[in-house]
Design a protein around this ligand. Structure first.
Ligand code: TYD
Ligand code: MG
Length: 453
């Protein structure tokens, strides 16, 4: 009798080895290699193939105009690039308890209200739990079907019978298929389960929303491959202590990435915040040293966000640099620039930087605002409430131009800021069309100290 052919696969990263190893050489996890039956694992791959082996000229393929489904939750649709594309797969990832199930149930309900049937599959919660949430959210539930199931074959069976216009699966880590080995949540199970579901959704032309858990480090649990398999990856984040939630797209085959949607978690579900500048600029706290509001670019829009710096005497041999919502290395560079070019001593000070409302800033346009916040914090001089700033700061202390200056100025002006510090190089070009706003060109951070007064 021929011996069964087996491989060993790492449940953490999917590394495959012909022999057993105590430690995965790829991700260095101990005891993560498990036996995989090669023949059985190969079967599911053979099953796939929607084309029937035929290629078609691109010109002959027709695409309907209204190939997107709008959920009427505008913040959600915008992050998706203008609604749900038929046959696409969207992965929604986030920490436990952040509101992923709530968001997707609300999106399902919105589609139901528009007359589309939806299948909501949960492998995590029972009918009663979901019903309780649905009642809280005011979901009608006439053509919104619920299925408590973890077997992929059973789910695709129901999809065939019901023929819904959208499918939600909460969460991909709870599913298992007969065509893969390992426990639910393992690399091979997540990979095969999602491949089967994605394939099924593509063939039927319906959008598939998958909930994905994240690991302690904040990455989507399961194979990295999952992110390549889906069309859109959304992160739902926010401070659990805060009521604000931010939906961010990090991959989108049908729209721009770095687009954000902003929600507030209320008693009766997530509410959209169409005008986030008012919420995040926190201008009703009065003038406080170390606080600067700056026009941040998020995808296609600009949001006024508050950056805070607290500078205090240190009691440690190495002063602390603690950063929340900004990049740590960049913040360290900026505090050194302040020390070097603005003539203030920071070696005996702890610096704490924070972005209000649980927002995350990942652009260099915030540099000037961070420098201003640190300066204002050290000198204990508040930045005037009508003042805002944007621009990148180089190592020489020079202020450089950033993307979309006119849009930032427009938003700042709309929110009532009348004195805007702009990079010198962009001063002339962005001057047109703003009334009642004083644009102050800044060439170098050296001048900043004087401007603070
Ligand atoms: P949930 O959607 O279950 O999170 P996830 O699926 O990401 O784990 O939401 C969990 C939290 O949201 C929970 O702590 C309760 C809170 N919540 C509200 O504040 N209001 C609501 O209307 C709902 C449904 C939940
Ligand atoms: Mg959930």
């Amino acid at each position: 009798m021929a011996r069964k052919k087996v491989n060993f696969e790492c449940v953490e990263c999917g590394y495959v080895s012909p022999g057993w190893l105590g430690r995965c050489p790829q991700c260095e996890t101990w005891g993560s290699l498990h036996e995989v039956d090669v023949e059985k694992a190969g079967k599911s791959r053979q099953r796939r193939g929607a084309s029937g082996g035929k290629a078609a000229p691109l010109a002959s393929i027709s695409v309907e105009e209204a190939d997107r489904l709008n959920s009427t939750i505008q913040e959600f649709d915008r992050v998706l690039g203008g609604g749900l594309v038929r046959g696409s797969c969207i992965l929604v990832a986030g920490d436990p308890g952040i509101g992923k199930s709530t968001l997707l149930l609300q999106a399902s309900s919105a589609l139901e209200e528009k007359g589309h049937s939806v299948l909501y599959v949960s492998g995590e919660e029972s009918e009663r739990q979901v019903k309780m949430r649905a009642r809280r959210l005011g979901v009608r539930g006439d053509i919104l079907y619920f299925l408590s199931e973890t077997n992929v074959e059973a789910i695709t069976g129901v999809m065939e019978k019901l023929d819904p216009k959208m499918v939600v699966v909460d969460s991909i880590q709870t599913l298992f298929t007969d065509f893969a080995q390992g426990v639910p949540g393992s690399v091979s199970q997540v990979r095969e389960s999602s491949a089967l579901l994605i394939n099924h959704a593509k063939v039927r032309g319906i959008p598939l929303l998958l909930v994905g858990h994240v690991t302690k480090e904040g990455a989507i649990a399961g194979p990295k491959l999952l992110e390549h398999m889906v069309d859109v990856v959304l992160y739902f984040e926010g401070d659990k202590g805060h009521q604000y939630r931010i939906l961010r797209s990090v991959k989108n085959r049908f729209g721009s990435v770095s687009e954000v949607g902003i929600f507030e978690m209320k008693e009766d579900g997530l509410k959209e915040i169409p005008d986030p500048s008012g919420v995040f600029s926190g201008r009703n706290h009065g003038e406080i040293p170390g606080m600067v509001v700056y026009p941040a670019l998020h995808g296609s829009r600009t949001i006024m966000i508050e950056v805070q710096a607290l500078v205090a005497k240190t009691y440690l041999p190495v002063p602390r640099r603690v950063v929340v919502g900004l990049d740590l290395s960049r913040s360290q560079i900026l505090s050194t620039i302040v020390e070097k070019h603005c003539g203030v001593k920071l070696f005996s000070s702890d610096i704490y930087l924070n972005v209000a409302g649980g927002f995350k800033i990942d652009e260099t346009g915030s540099d000037l605002a961070v420098v201003l916040a640190i300066l204002s914090g050290v000198r204990e001089v508040p930045v005037p409430q009508n003042m805002t700033a944007f621009g990148e700061v180089g190592l020489g202390g020079e202020v450089r131009g950033v993307q979309l200056p006119a849009q930032r100025i427009g938003e700042a002006a709309r929110m009532g800021f009348s004195r805007i510090l702009v990079p010198d190089t962009q001063h002339a070009s962005s001057h047109r069309g703003v009334n009642g706003v004083e644009l102050v060109p800044v060439r170098n951070v050296r001048k900043l100290s004087e401007m603070l007064g």
